[in-house]
Ligand binder design. Sequence first.
Ligand SMILES: [Zn+2]
Length: 116
Amino acid sequence: MPLKYFNESEFNQFKMMNKKLLNMLDNLREVYGSPIKITSSYRSPDHPIEAKKKAPGEHAYGNAVDIASVGGEATFKLVKAAMEVGFTRIGVSRKNNFVHVGIGYPGAPEITLWTY
Ligand SMILES: [Zn+2]
């Protein structure tokens, strides 16, 4: 089923992206009510960011994206919308202007919020 708000070209290796995550992103975009810019999606386990972790994170499963977000109000609204559509793993970087939303991977905490 095609996405309502996103094109495949907005994702790195679209075929690697989890379908449940993609549907949740469509819902997030609907609830947020403004365009969403994805700044990171699938990352292979040997991507520099994943390679330096103890184990690859949810980007390496196609189970997460980062979304550009500038300013406190926009970031608040984005996080609120993410929670409303069911995301329970959220990372916020005000310093680097993005919000991470993910659906986890085996062994990952189901509910968590972190900052960068
Ligand atoms: Zn991320």
